[in-house]
Design a protein around this ligand. Sequence first.
Ligand SMILES: Cc1cc2nc3c(=O)[nH]c(=O)nc-3n(C[C@H](O)[C@H](O)[C@H](O)COP(=O)(O)OP(=O)(O)OC[C@H]3O[C@@H](n4cnc5c(N)ncnc54)[C@H](O)[C@@H]3O)c2cc1C
Length: 505
Amino acid sequence: MLASRPSLADLAGQQWDLIVVGGGITGAGVLLEAARQGRKALLLEQRDFAWGTSSRSSKMVHGGLRYIAQGDVRLTRDALRERERLLRDLPGLVERATYLFPLRKGRFPGRWPMTAVLSLYDFLAGIRDHRFLSRKELLRRVPGLDDTGLSGAMSYTDALTDDCRLVIRCLLEAARVGGRSLNYARVTDTRREDGVTRVTVRDEVAGETGELSAPVVINATGAWANRLGANRSGEGGAETPRIRPLRGSHLFVDPARLPVDDCLTVMHPRDGRPVFVFPWEGVTCVGTTDLDHGDDLDLEASASGAEVDYLLELINGQFPGAGLTRDDVLSTMAGVRPVIASGDGKDPSKERRDHAVWEHDGLVTVSGGKLTTFRLIALDALAAAGLLDARTARRARRSNAPLFRPLPQAPSQVDRFLHAVQDDDALLRWVLENEAVVHLDDLLLRRTRLGLLRRDGGEGLAERLRALTGELLGWDETRWRQEWARYQDLRARFYGVPPAERAAA
Ligand SMILES: Cc1cc2nc3c(=O)[nH]c(=O)nc-3n(C[C@H](O)[C@H](O)[C@H](O)COP(=O)(O)OP(=O)(O)OC[C@H]3O[C@@H](n4cnc5c(N)ncnc54)[C@H](O)[C@@H]3O)c2cc1C
């Protein structure tokens, strides 16, 4: 499906209606919608698909209670409708989950304001799925939760997914209708000439550089968006929005040490920020932090020691008997949110999360937004690029047609990835043969999450993986050793558990 890797010369020889730069959920959504509209479209990703923010989110397909609380009813309504559509179209990969919001005496929000907000939330989604849970019921479901001042909890539903699988699923679906995509293909320059936009591309696998062109190029590079447009600002065009990169980090915790069956929203004792503690792919996930990301965007984002301390402090505050330490953390994951800066130095958690689309001289840039609303973001970008007229875009927004169909010949786990046995032989084979795995880290950190979810980082599977990659990808002993060393290095540097720091997160 995504297996064959075309050369740049092959791609340059074809006439494209659209080139999409960036292989996260936004780019994948644009590719899918463009291909569905019959456009000849190509997506280029500098590293692996979903290497950026789209494999590092909180995995929630949700309306976002905080957006409704901030009065952003439209964003919430759109996201809830998309949530319901994804639950319908990708059962198993997008799964409904129970969320619990513990209530404490004298603390905001109380039971009735929460009931009002959740009634509106459910109404916008077209469901009725919230109720009050007594203190006793809550403590039965979440044993060990700090019971100080606890009066009960509001229970409601949202959904969880594996964000990277969702991106891959969009690319596979796009491939079915003719959309092409290439990972490890970095766009180093774009320029407008003779009515087309030319992009210079570096194929990091073949070690070649080439030039491709299309009437329209969509820049879907998320937190990197200002970089690609940068060489074209100051040419008299309208001022372009500025991306404020905000980092959010998660801990993957041994479920034996912190078992949870539901998604809990708990307030951090230090600053009162809401943080999620939820079951994901067989482990317990805790996050997120929210802070300005000043690190080099060419490096993978990683959690700092202070962020790990901050999240451990949360757990040990909310679960006083847990006594969690760094030893209980299997791995960490950090992502950089491409938030459109308001420019007034706001508290990171108060910046708005909606997307923006802007065009300058043949380069349409789309950035910001959410995983959940990728389809609507894609339609906005295609309309701004002139590839959808306003009427068709309106109709597509309202359309209830399925976006995904079952994949022929794929093992069922591909579409039911959550809670699936991820080291299943048939699944690994299918992924290696069909999902454009170039490096071992593509397989262990993204296509499957084995490297993050297992204490040994997948070491126990090494012999099997060596045999499978030899058989299916043609890796010899030297290549296997290089890949294993590369993966171990990346895992230790960017997904490990950094030591404590003195500064606060
Ligand atoms: C901590 C955190 C938690 C979140 N939780 C949620 C959540 O629970 N639910 C939700 O709906 N949303 C959530 N979000 C938001 C969501 O994850 C993002 O909005 C979304 O993933 C952004 O996708 P994207 O495709 O725009 O960017 P990305 O996924 O970053 O994709 C951009 C891609 O462009 C590539 N690229 C950059 N430059 C070039 C170049 N020159 N050439 C080729 N490729 C290039 C990058 O490598 C990258 O892969 C969260 C975000 C964060 C950070």
